[in-house]
Design a protein around this ligand. Structure first.
Ligand SMILES: C[S@@+](CC[C@H](N)C(=O)[O-])C[C@H]1O[C@@H](n2cnc3c(N)ncnc32)[C@H](O)[C@@H]1O
Length: 296
């Protein structure tokens, strides 16, 4: 039963993207199938930089050793796996809207891991979580046809729900890409790259601005720490693009030439966006407020 309206991308739109096939994504993502901006340090390869990013969020959310952790937008399950195998977490629950991702995670039968094809808006756990991590899903929580006000309201509904899912004193670590400071939203929305991404790649999806995020969190979460690692995401996109190009023939066999070209174009646009500052990549550590307060 839907408890809250879902204002962002629908399950159909999410499946359009993620259900292109696990084998396709396996060609160009790292071994852990992590599909979000990595955190690079000197000497890292993609695998290492993705694990560094996962560990950042685990520490930021104080999830190490916790009994119950929620991963909102769990993808192919790399964080869930790390939580139960490396961090002593007893129960790690992942939410995704993609059947293909959920099947992939279930097939691994990791003890302590539960994956649900369910939106955060519908999630009603039996008890609150000790920590929440959400990486690369917030981008999907509003649509291009929404006004700024509607977007902030949609994000605020997410923060209120996350507040209710967390125990008192709990933390959430969030990662999202966002429109950078270099353009107004009107300019960004009018750009060919934005239209292409919204029409062809991430349907029913429009990223936030930093101001949207900060305004929407008021009353539910205090911002403890925030970083912008846009160049880390640029490097990740470049890496993905190179890996996909190297597997071109297999990719075309799996998804066809048109989808292959679409993905190369998307990775090139994203690389340029993060390099130029038209796109940002935020990692935000959030502390649950004691009482759910004012809404924007
Ligand atoms: C870019 S992937 C990131 C996956 C993973 N966190 C990672 O870093 O590899 C976005 C994920 O968000 C999920 N998602 C999008 N909207 C959602 C919603 N309303 N509720 C739950 N998950 C959602 C998608 O199904 C997908 O698993």
């Amino acid at each position: 039963m839907t408890t809250l309206p879902q204002p962002g991308a629908s399950a159909r739109a999410i499946r359009h993207h993620y259900d292109l096939g696990n084998d396709f994504y396996r060609l160009w993502l790292d071994r852990g199938m992590v599909y979000s901006g990595a955190k690079w340090a000197e000497g890292d390869d993609l695998e290492r930089a993705q694990l560094r990013k996962l560990d950042h969020h685990i520490e930021a959310a104080a999830a190490r050793g916790a009994a119950r952790v929620l991963d909102i937008g769990c993808g192919w399950g790399a964080l869930l796996e790390r939580l139960v195998t490396q961090c002593g977490v007893v129960s790690a629950v992942g939410l995704t809207l993609s059947d293909a991702q959920a099947e992939f995670v279930r097939a691994r039968a990791l003890p302590g891991v539960e994956v649900r094809v369910e939106s955060w808006a519908d999630h009603e756990p039996p008890a609150p979580y000790d920590a929440i991590v959400s990486i690369g899903a917030f981008e999907h929580f509003a649509r291009l046809d929404m006004s700024e006000r509607q977007k902030v309201e949609a994000y605020a509904a997410f923060f209120r729900k996350a507040w209710s899912l967390l125990r008192p004193g709990g933390r959430m670590s969030l990662q999202t890409f966002a429109y950078g400071a270099g353009r107004t939203r009107a300019q960004a929305v009018a750009a060919a790259s934005t239209r292409f991404l919204a029409d062809e790649i991430f349907q029913e999806t429009d990223p936030p601005t930093l101001a949207n995020l900060a305004e929407a969190a008021v009353g539910a979460f205090e911002v403890v720490e925030l970083s912008n690692d846009r160049l880390g995401y640029a490097r990740t996109c470049k890496e993905w693009s190179g890996r996909l190009r190297a597997r071109r023939a297999e990719a075309i066999d799996l998804v066809g030439a048109a989808a292959y070209e679409r993905y190369q174009r998307y990775l090139d646009f994203a690389f340029l966006g993060f390099t130029s500052g038209n796109l940002d990549l935020y990692r935000v550590t959030l502390q649950r407020t004691r009482r759910l307060g004012a809404t924007p």
